[in-house]
Structures are given as C-alpha cells and as structure tokens.
Design a protein around this ligand. Structure first.
Ligand code: 5GP
Length: 112
C-alpha cells in the first residue's frame, strides 16, 4: 500500500516541504488548524508509532525537536501543540505515522 504521504515523499503529489533529511520529511498541512501547521513524517511507511523501529523513531524525534522552534518562529507563535493521532480511534486519518506541529497563539483557546 502506498499512502498519500508516501506519494508526497516520492514527489508524486505536491506539498510545501519545509524540511528534509535522509529519513524524515516535514511539510505544511493541506488543511491547517493554524498558520504554519506542519506534519513531520518518516519517509518509510509505518502505520502507527507502535510499528516504528527504534532507529527511525529516534530520527523522527530529532527532526521534531529541531523543527518545533523553527515552526514557532516562522509564524511568530506563542506556543505549539505537538501531537500524534495514533490509530483510527484517536482520529488518525492517514495511515502513515505523522506528528502535527500546530502553532498556538495567546488567546486561541489552546489544546489539541
Ligand atoms: P490525522 O487526522 O491523520 O492525524 O491528520 C492527517 C492530516 O493530514 C490532516 O491534518 C490533513 O489536513 C493532512 N493531509 C491529508 N492529506 C494531505 C495532503 O495530501 N497533503 C497535505 N499537505 N496534508 C494532507
């Protein structure tokens, strides 16, 4: 199976890529919850966090850690929600592990 995010990785579907390294890629969400809403994914296809091997998880976390301040700064956010919807019952719609970095602004209500 090839998810829509794998097709972004392969360049078959356009996306606003904001970061890329050997194992991860980050791009702007097509339906942002706030300006700068970014998704960080492993290039390899794993459905859930539970399926991600340690080395990929480590690279993914390193990219998230690097990107959170960059995303916040880019849109002058006051904070951010950093979250995974891990599984369908949690609201995961795309079966390819992804971390949401959602910029937050004072007074926007907060929370995921
Ligand atoms: P989920 O509910 O699975 O955690 O979130 C999936 C996210 O992927 C949603 O925020 C949705 O807007 C985003 N998304 C779905 N399809 C595409 C796409 O083709 N391109 C981009 N950039 N984002 C997408």
């Amino acid at each position: 199976m090839s998810t829509i995010f794998s097709r972004i990785v392969d360049g078959e579907i356009p996306a606003r890529v904001v970061y890329e390294d050997e194992t991860t890629v980050a791009f702007l969400d097509a339906n942002p919850m706030s300006p700068g809403h970014t998704l960080v994914i492993p290039k390899s296809e794993f459905e859930r966090l539970n399926d991600v091997p340690d080395d990929v998880a480590s690279d993914l976390y390193a990219s998230i850690h690097r990107l959170v301040p960059v995303v916040e700064d880019a849109v002058d956010a006051d904070a951010s929600t950093v979250a995974f919807n891990n599984g369908e019952a949690a609201g995961q719609e795309v079966p390819h592990v992804h971390c949401h970095i959602i910029p937050r602004f004072d007074g926007d209500g907060g929370g995921p």
